[in-house]
Structures are given as structure tokens and as C-alpha cells.
Design a protein around this ligand. Structure first.
Ligand code: ZN
Length: 194
């Protein structure tokens, strides 16, 4: 496993509110590109790169169900082969039609682990049922007293950003929170008992 096969972005890169909004909008838009005739479960993913560009992905299913691929892996595969040394991924967003956050599945968490820093934030925008929106908005009023920059960089929290496409609420967690004590490329380089 060569060092060049991993892509550990610097930890805690500040992400501007504008870049984050762009990322969330892209993840929501990407889900419309899903090919999910069997499950009808559409997922869109978007990667924000250090150079400011965005890479999208959506789930692509198959009549042989196990051959389908998730949105996160579609996006990361596109990113990985786009150039020899792609700009590091500094944030990920995942969107579905659920009224709750749609976290990456176990396989995708491991896939992300291969290519991103464990501190990469994973944003999960969703549209809660109306009742929950009212509840969230109360919390947002409090959150807005703090700076927007601070709010979206606090893993584990939910908030409602000012997005152009509606009422989405966002939950954010780091990869490390979603996949603690993980196995990664460097694990293969640790001394082993022979
Ligand atoms: Zn997955």
C-alpha cells in the first residue's frame, strides 16, 4: 500500500458557508440522478474538494441486487480516477428522500476511510416532517446567536442552513464518529507478530 493511494486532507479545514451551501445543494441535486428502479431509494452524494470544486455521485442499482453501488462510492470513485493526484476531499454530503439523516452504510464508511481524513465532516441534509421543522427552527434561533462558521463545524449537531432549495435540516458528523477505531491503510504497515 503506497502512501499515494491514500488522501488524508488536513484536519479541520475551515469551510465557508457559501462552499457548504454549494455542497449541500449539489448532494440534493445529485439524488435526482439516482438509478434506483428496484428500491426506489434515491441517494445523492457530493464531495467538496480543497480546490473548491465539487464531485457528485448517486446510487446506481442493478437487477443483480448485490451489484449496485452507493452514491458515496460512486462519487469517490469518480473523484479518485479523475486525475493522478486529485485535490483532497474536505467535506462530504449525503442526501436521500428520508425525513431523517441518511448516514453512509458500513461499506461506504470504510470506503471513505480509505480516501479521506478521519476528521472529514459528513453532512446529511434532510427535510424533516413539518412538526419537526418547527421544533428545529426554535433551536436554530439559538444557534444563530453563534456564528454560522461555528455552527456547521460542530460534529454531532443539527441545524437549518439558509439554503436556496427549501427546508432542509442538516446533521453533521465526522468519519471518526461514524467509524470509530477504524481499520485503514496504515494498519497494514503496523508491526505484526510473525
Ligand atoms: Zn453505502
Amino acid at each position: 500500500m503506497s502512501a499515494s493511494s491514500t488522501n488524508s486532507a488536513p484536519v479541520a479545514i475551515p469551510i465557508s458557508s457559501a462552499a457548504l451551501d454549494q455542497l449541500l445543494v449539489a448532494a440534493v441535486a445529485a439524488r435526482k440522478k439516482a438509478y434506483s428502479p428496484y428500491s426506489k431509494f434515491r441517494v445523492g452524494a457530493a464531495l467538496l474538494l480543497q480546490d473548491g470544486s465539487i464531485v457528485e455521485g448517486a446510487n446506481v442499482e442493478n437487477a443483480s441486487y448485490g451489484a449496485g453501488i452507493c452514491a458515496e462510492r460512486t462519487a469517490l470513485s469518480t473523484w479518485r480516477v479523475a486525475s493522478r493526484e486529485p485535490s483532497p476531499v474536505v467535506a462530504i454530503a449525503v442526501s436521500s428522500d428520508l425525513h431523517t439523516p441518511c448516514p453512509p452504510c458500513g461499506i461506504c464508511r470504510q470506503f471513505i476511510r480509505e480516501h479521506c481524513s478521519e476528521q472529514v465532516p459528513i453532512y446529511m441534509p434532510f427535510a424533516p416532517p413539518k412538526k419537526q421543522i418547527e421544533k428545529t427552527v426554535e433551536g436554530v434561533a439559538e444557534a444563530e446567536k453563534r456564528s454560522g462558521e461555528e455552527a456547521h463545524q460542530e460534529p454531532g449537531r443539527e441545524w437549518t442552513p439558509a439554503l436556496g432549495h427549501g427546508e432542509d435540516t442538516v446533521k453533521v458528523m465526522t468519519l471518526e464518529q461514524l467509524l470509530p477505531l477504524s481499520f485503514g491503510p496504515e494498519s497494514l504497515q503496523r508491526p505484526a507478530v510473525v
